[in-house]
Structures are given as structure tokens and as C-alpha cells.
Design a binder for this molecule. Structure first.
Ligand code: NI
Length: 253
């Protein structure tokens, strides 16, 4: 009954047990998964996983850390991959000034090109925003028809309010369970339940009590538990609502 809307099962951290792990994750109650690509190779791998497993859906895109993949030829290939029936979004795309603040203009251009692609293909986007809140916010405002999720949202509650007003979803991941989650919990408190998505970002960002270990979608329950406690809802209710939210955003029946 869980929907992990962001997990990188194409990552090499899963090379030894990828298929068996996906089977056991599904058996453990993870009903749906979206695997976002980060470059051309991982976008292809994500499509391949989605073709193999009925419960896995793909997203394709070039992550800001993969700027070297931002040639017109590669973007054309991403665009072609996006036509696959199992591709439900463009992502993960965005800006990352933590990783590299010296190529901001190149990152912004790549981001805009992919937002434009999403609009043309009428697909939602999965946005990666790390220490680039102001620019991400300004750029998405230039694309009024666009919909999607701010993955592992780490901006302010003020910016969250504006995004929510414009129909955006917010993704909550392992960090919501960390001791220093105060800012994220403030955002959670103002986020209507029908705009929350739950994500693991596997293999990264394991929630407490597995922080520091390889993450997988079975750990969603810790994220759901924390959200449920904070919103004073039952965990089952949070799981159900977020499953519906993900299906709605990604157009999965
Ligand atoms: Ni990710």
C-alpha cells in the first residue's frame, strides 16, 4: 500500500541484488515505485526496470550534477525515451549549488530545456533543488502550466506556501526522521495531506533507525510513521493518501 515516488534502483549500489530486492520490496507492501534517471545511461536503465517490473515506473532526465550530458543529441534521446508508455515524468532535474556553484548559468539552461520538454510532452517533473531555492522558484514560475514535485523539499515554509498555491507537490524523505528536522516539520505542518509524496531516494538518505546504511523502499514505513505522528493521523491513512497523491500526479491508474 506504499508508493515510493523516488528511488534509484538503477544505482550501482543495487548491482548485486537488484531484481531480488525489488521482488521483496513489492512483497513487503510497496505497491508502486518511480525510478528517476539522472543521466542518459540511468534513464535508459530506469526504463528497462520499468519494462521488467509492472509496479516500477520510470522518469527520465539529466540531473544538474550530470551537466556533461547536456548536449542537444542527448536531450533528443531523453525526449525519445520519455515517449515510453512506462515513463511518467521528466526527472530528476533541477539546480544544485551545493555540488557546484560555478556553473549556475549552464545548470539553469539545462533545467529550462527539460521543463520545456515536460510541458511539450504534458508530463510532470521531479525537481532536485539543493541550495538553489530562489532560482528554482523563479524558474518554475516561468512555466505556468507545469506540474510536479519538489523532491526532498528543503526550502522555507514561505516558499512552500507559494508552491502549494501553484499546485506543486512536496516530497518528504528520510531527513524528516532526523533530529534536526525542525524546518522540514514546519513545512509538513502547512502542507495539505493531498500534496504530500513519500520518497526514499534509495540508496541514499536512509531514515532513522537505519541512517547511514543502504536505503530501500521498505524503509518508507519510518517516514510514514513520522509524518503520521506529526499530522496526528494513522500511518495507514498517510500511506493511503500518499499512494493516491502519487497516482494522481503521475497519471497511474
Ligand atoms: Ni534522487
Amino acid at each position: 500500500m506504499f508508493f515510493d515516488t523516488h528511488a534509484h534502483y538503477d544505482d550501482r549500489a543495487f548491482d548485486d541484488d537488484r531484481y531480488a530486492l525489488l521482488d521483496s520490496v513489492h512483497d513487503a507492501g510497496v505497491e508502486l515505485i518511480v525510478d528517476p534517471g539522472c543521466d542518459l545511461k540511468s534513464s535508459r536503465a530506469s526504463i528497462a526496470l520499468a519494462e521488467r517490473f509492472p509496479f516500477v515506473y520510470a522518469a527520465v532526465g539529466i540531473h544538474p550534477e550530470e551537466l556533461q550530458d547536456s548536449t542537444p543529441e542527448i536531450l533528443a534521446e531523453i525526449s525519445a525515451l520519455a515517449e515510453d508508455p512506462k515513463c511518467v515524468a521528466i526527472g530528476e532535474i533541477g539546480l544544485d549549488y551545493y555540488w557546484d556553484a560555478s556553473h549556475k548559468e549552464e545548470q539553469k539552461l539545462l533545467f529550462r530545456q527539460q521543463l520545456q520538454l515536460a510541458l511539450e510532452l504534458d508530463k510532470p517533473v521531479i525537481i532536485h533543488d539543493r541550495e538553489a531555492h530562489g532560482d528554482c522558484f523563479e524558474i518554475v514560475r516561468d512555466y505556468p502550466g507545469l506540474r510536479g514535485v519538489f523532491h526532498c523539499y528543503s526550502g522555507s515554509a514561505e516558499m512552500a506556501k507559494e508552491l502549494l498555491k501553484n499546485g506543486w507537490y512536496l516530497g518528504f524523505d528520510g531527513p524528516v526522521t532526523y533530529k534536526n528536522a525542525r524546518k522540514t516539520l514546519e513545512v509538513l505542518a502547512i502542507c495539505p495531506p493531498e500534496r504530500i509524496l513519500i520518497e526514499t531516494d534509495s540508496p541514499y538518505l536512509s531514515p532513522v533507525p537505519h541512517r547511514g546504511k543502504r536505503n530501500d523502499s521498505r524503509n518508507l514505513r519510518y517516514i510514514v510513521q513520522t509524518i503520521a505522528e506529526n499530522l496526528r493521523l494513522e500511518p495507514e491513512t498517510v500511506a493511503e493518501i500518499t499512494l493516491e497523491n502519487g497516482k494522481r500526479l503521475f497519471g497511474i491508474n
